[in-house]
Design a protein around this ligand. Structure first.
Ligand code: C2E
Ligand code: CA
Ligand code: CA
Length: 498
């Protein structure tokens, strides 16, 4: 083949040389016609034309190639997520439509999972978006490895994923798969040398049982997911028709003013007197009676309703507080999510000032997770509040990830020892040692200590002897509605007779 090509090229070359030679001779013989110049022009023109054609052809090929690449990229961008490489929402909807047609044809069913990572925002905000993206990639990878090839995984955006699996009409395979996903995410992720604990809340819905189209399936899965969040995260919930939209209800109940503070007295262990009250939110649910925070705080946080809930709590406690002994401090819990708002302190101060409640009587309680979400904003909010006389307590101490550095750097007024330690006072010497060290540490830093969840006289006695300042718990009182507080105060704080 090569020899043939060389032969052909040689022949072309020889005949070209022959032609040029002949033209040369001819123009010499007819010098008067100036043919040599004409031939030179034609020759050069021909060569230039060939070069232009070759270049143009190369450009065209390049353009076609670029266009093909761009089309393929556009196709990817439209249907795939650029961070994880997983299918995106659009491809998920196409897949759902495809599965719906298939399921209708074969009388089969499938399940859709809506998966939302728990507290992912905290990672993003404290470690930056680079780490956040890497973590999302690692989660995507683990999901793909956990599922079977015929299952479908998509990223919907943010920290939300979706999974579609074939289900069976009798057996609930989806429960099994959901457990497997939660189990696989429970292994810590290491990103840039830092370990991250991840968990997810999963909402599950089935076709055709729950809904008949992609949009309605997504809505059901979303509702179920919020239910999973509100029941404590790191769990899954299957949609059931009777399940009302909890966040919708929450919003409605907030509009109707169905949230109220209950108050739990805080007792001075030395004198036995009530020195303060902690406001704890209760939902006066239209059908289910009085619900505690476990039923709604997580949903309120995830749906952005926590700010409004807090505003209503603060409004009511300001009103109630004005009627009680001005010596009583009233504590309110602030969700870690609220500390992302740099205006939090001015909002609080303005609101209580407008309600006529003194900032000197307010105590705000925050948990260590606020420090993980945004330590700088938290620090700023705390200092601004303290500058106006508001007290700041570190709640649930010992359960989170706060470092001793924060304890020293942030100007707290008191530390609340988590009830998990208090409740093991009688049985576990380790818990007693931890409590003693917390008391020593906080006194060394000038903080007051409050023991939470004191249920027995023995616990109270031991805590008093260990030097703990204040206590709260069922031993003294459960959280009470506003109108029962007066009676309690009257009975407990009455001046001794004589
Ligand atoms: P917390 O701030 O640690 O509140 C103390 C919790 O322990 C309350 O639960 C209280 O009822 C319970 N408790 C008090 N004494 C005892 C006891 O002796 N034994 C036992 N077993 N439990 C006791 P509650 O009212 O269910 O509140 C749970 C959590 O919900 C609170 O924990 C707080 O973190 C959160 N929370 C309550 N109200 C609000 C609010 O308005 N906003 C926010 N962001 N969170 C709130
Ligand atoms: Ca608290
Ligand atoms: Ca607590």
């Amino acid at each position: 083949m090569a020899t043939l090509a060389i032969g052909v090229m040689l022949a072309i070359w020889l005949s070209t040389v022959d032609i040029i030679e002949w033209l040369y001779v001819y123009s010499r013989q007819h010098a008067g016609l100036h043919l040599d110049e004409l031939f030179s022009v034609l020759l050069v023109g021909g060569v230039v034309a060939v070069v232009i054609l070759v270049l143009r052809d190369r450009d065209l090929r390049r353009e076609v190639h670029c266009r093909e690449v761009a089309e393929r990229t556009a196709e990817r961008l439209v249907r795939y997520d650029d961070i994880t490489g997983l299918p995106n929402r659009r491809l998920l909807f196409e897949e759902l439509n495809r599965r719906i047609v298939g399921a209708r044809m074969h009388g089969s069913c499938f399940a859709l999972f809506f998966l939302d990572l728990d507290r992912f925002k905290a990672v993003n905000e404290s470690y930056g978006h680079g780490t956040g993206d890497d973590l999302l990639r690692a989660v995507a990878e683990r999901l793909v490895l956990t599922l079977r090839p015929q299952d479908f995984v998509a990223r919907l955006g943010g920290d939300e994923f979706a999974v579609v699996i074939n289900a069976s009409t009798e057996k609930h395979v989806e429960h099994h798969v959901a457990r497997r996903i939660l189990f696989s995410l429970a292994r810590p992720f290491t990103v840039h040398g830092v370990r991250h604990e991840m968990s997810a809340s999963i909402g599950i819905t089935r076709f055709p049982d729950d809904a008949d189209g992609p949009e309605s399936l997504m809505r059901c899965a979303d509702t179920a997911m919020y239910r999973a969040k509100s029941s404590g995260r790191n769990t899954f919930t299957t949609y059931d028709k009777a399940m009302e939209e909890i966040s919708g209800q929450l919003r409605e109940s907030l509009d109707k003013g169905l949230f109220h503070p209950f108050y739990q007295p805080v007792i001075d262990l030395k004198t036995g007197r009530v020195v303060g009250l902690e406001a704890l939110a209760r939902w006066d649910h239209p059908t289910k009676g009085i619900l505690g925070p476990d039923a709604f705080i997580a949903v309120a946080e995830d749906s952005g309703l926590i700010e409004e809930l807090f505003r209503q709590m603060l409004q009511q406690l300001s009103e109630h507080g004005k009627a009680w002994d001005p010596g009583l401090r009233i504590a309110v819990n602030i969700s870690p999510y609220q500390f992302r708002d740099p205006k939090l302190s001015s909002r609080i101060l303005q609101q209580i000032a407008a309600a006529g409640f003194s900032s000197q009587r307010l105590d705000v309680e925050l948990t260590e997770s606020a420090l993980v979400i945004d330590v700088e904003t938290t620090r700023q909010v705390i200092s601004e509040l303290k500058a106006q006389g508001v007290r700041v307590s570190l709640d649930d101490f010992g359960t989170g990830y706060s470092s001793l550095r924060y304890l020293r750097e942030l100007p707290f007024d008191s530390i609340k020892i988590d009830r998990s330690f208090v409740q093991r006072i009688d049985s576990d010497s380790g818990s007693r040692k931890i409590i003693e060290s917390i008391i020593d540490l906080s006194h060394a830093l000038g903080y007051e200590t409050v023991a939470e969840g004191v249920e027995t006289r023995e616990q109270a006695t031991w805590l008093t002897e260990a030097g703990c300042d204040l206590a709260q718990g069922y031993l003294f009182s459960r959280p009470l509605p506003r109108d029962e507080i007066d009676t309690f105060l009257l009975a407990t704080n009455a001046e001794p007779e004589g």
